[in-house]
Design a protein around this ligand. Structure first.
Ligand code: ADP
Length: 446
């Protein structure tokens, strides 16, 4: 096992990784920007290194500063966390070139899944169902119209270099096509410096369902069921649940087998997530994230697994040591993402936390790096806590979540706690009856 690991991240996820290391007897090195000097991940780590000024580009994305910190502190491995450099194939390569272990998949797999078109082509090759559409980029408008006519309107025009929900246009009919194509191309050119687009069938009321996987790079791959992340605002997840209220055991097993069979073929290593849109009983691949996800704790709660521990273990070259039949699904878990934002306008609300009390009790987990007196810096993602609640049934989980939200006190900054309180009282949510557009429609109603 590793003796010392550098955590190339900040906030709650850095703490999450620190905790797994600690429990395995591994020492940790935190890196931080000057804005994060007093952050909890820095206070708890065995050692820490300042890697630059507040702007992420100069600190948490500064590859040479991170590699220098790893060299100076003599670590064995680097965990990239989520966001920042976690899906940067070049970074993974450089980590290995400098003699450290990258705790994640191979650079080849990160690269394969990082480009939307190659990822989709690979998915088809591996037997994963995809959204019907063009085979790759379409340069020519006449060709684009022909494809759209064949798959049927409405269609979604997507920038191949798109990301973060940007670079997408819906064309409802053939008359809209030319205008939407040129709009998408010019937006993509401006945002990503690349105007290549491709075409997909536009799904009207899908759910976002993703499957958590883990492989050891030696041909063994298991899945930990699915997460339903359909409650989204501007394509950003707000609340996630496991299992999905829309799937039964048979469908879960079917999609789980498709995914694990596919990843066995490429000898996938580490944790990963395959994201699907799910409509009328059909799954459509949208992307694969070759890293840990923010919402991984709900799968951990239901399956009783520590995914970061597993990532660390397989990174040393250890085999999984268990198969799919050892993985049991127990009860229900929900995660609320608590952001330092106004609960309705979503305007960021950085500043000093004057009061902090996290809920506790049976089945309640809070992943957060907050403490009273801490100042939430304005430079980074506004996620300040993840409230993760587990119950033996969905109903028990919902009742527990309601009381846990009541107990949560964060003073001095605005948070999305009141939004979650309202959301989980909505009949549609209680009935599990929602798709990826539900939240925005609900918000529009005021
Ligand atoms: P990004 O990389 O920008 O996040 P994705 O391809 O993952 O782009 O899609 C982001 C979101 O856009 C999805 O979660 C879904 O809400 C919506 N979306 C993507 N493809 C389709 C589609 N074919 N039909 C309907 N909605 C879609």
């Amino acid at each position: 096992m590793f003796e010392k690991v550098l955590i190339a991240n900040r906030g709650e996820i850095a703490l999450r990784i620190h905790r797994a290391c600690r429990e395995m007897g591994i020492r940790t090195v935190a890196v931080h920007s000057t804005a994060d000097e007093n952050a909890m991940h820095v206070r708890l780590a065995d050692e820490s290194v300042c890697i630059g000024p507040p702007a992420s580009a100069k600190s948490y994305l500064n590859i040479s500063a991170i590699l220098s910190a790893a060299t100076i502190t003599g670590v064995d491995a680097i965990h990239p966390g989520v966001g920042f450099l976690s899906e940067n194939a070049k970074f993974a390569e450089m980590v290995e070139e400098h003699g450290f272990t990258f705790i994640g998949p191979s650079p080849e797999h990160i690269r394969m899944m990082g480009d939307k078109i190659t990822a989709k082509q690979k998915a088809v090759e591996l037997g994963i169902p995809v959204v019907p559409g063009s085979d790759g980029a379409v340069d020519d408008d006449v060709e684009a119209m022909k494809i759209a006519g064949k798959i049927g309107y409405p269609v979604l025009i997507k920038a191949t270099a798109g990301g973060g929900g940007k670079g997408m246009q819906v064309a409802r009919n053939a008359d809209e096509m030319a205008q939407k194509l040129s709009l998408c191309r010019s937006e993509a050119k401006a945002a990503f410096g690349n105007d290549a687009v491709y075409i997909e069938k536009y799904l009207g009321q899908p759910r976002h369902i993703e499957v958590q996987v883990l492989g050891d790079g030696q041909g063994n791959v298991v899945h930990f069921g699915e997460r339903d992340c359909s409650l989204q605002r501007r394509h950003q997840k707000v609340l996630e649940e496991c299992p999905s209220p829309a799937l039964n055991a048979e469908v879960r097993q079917k999609i789980g087998t498709i995914v694990t069979d596919a990843l066995k073929k490429i000898n996938y290593r580490s944790a990963g997530t395959i994201e699907f849109l799910y409509e009328n009983g059909e799954f459509y691949f949208i992307e694969m994230n070759t890293r840990l996800q923010v919402e991984h704790p709900i799968s951990e709660m239901v399956c009783g697994v520590d995914l970061v521990r597993e990532q660390l273990r397989v990174a040393t070259g250890a085999p999984l040591g268990y198969g799919q039949s050892s993985i049991k699904f127990n009860g229900h878990a929900i995660e609320c993402r608590i952001n330092a934002e106004h609960p309705r306008t979503f305007l960021p609300s950085p500043g000093r936390v004057t009061e902090y009390h996290a809920p506790g009790g049976l089945g309640v987990r809070v992943d957060s790096a907050l403490y009273a007196g801490y100042s939430v810096p304005p430079y980074y993602d506004s996620l300040i806590a993840k409230l993760v609640v587990h119950g033996t049934s969905r109903n028990e989980c919902l009742m527990r979540l309601r009381r846990a939200l009541e107990e949560f006190v964060v003073g001095g900054v605005q948070t999305t706690i009141p939004l979650h309180q309202q959301l989980i009282a909505e009949p549609d949510f209680l009935n599990g009856d929602y798709d990826i557009h539900w939240l925005e429609k609900w918000m529009a109603k005021g």
